[in-house]
Design a protein. Structure first.
Length: 64
């Protein structure tokens, strides 16, 4: 009776470890997603600023 109980306990502990690791992966995935969204927002702002600067430079070049 000892070995079946031991096997059940080891299986339960294995599942518990896998559950903890799955939660860690989920949290890190959400964090990475937030960083990607922030980076996309920054890239969009930089692109808009670049367009404004390019328009200004084109106007300055036309004035010359």
């Amino acid at each position: 009776m000892f070995w079946p109980m031991f096997a059940v306990a080891v299986a339960f502990l294995g599942l518990a470890v896998l559950a903890v690791l799955a939660v860690k992966v989920f949290v890190e995935t959400r964090r990475l997603g937030a960083q990607v969204a922030d980076s996309a927002h920054r890239i969009g702002r930089a692109a808009e600023e670049l367009e404004r600067t390019a328009r200004h430079a084109a106007r300055s070049a036309d004035a010359l």
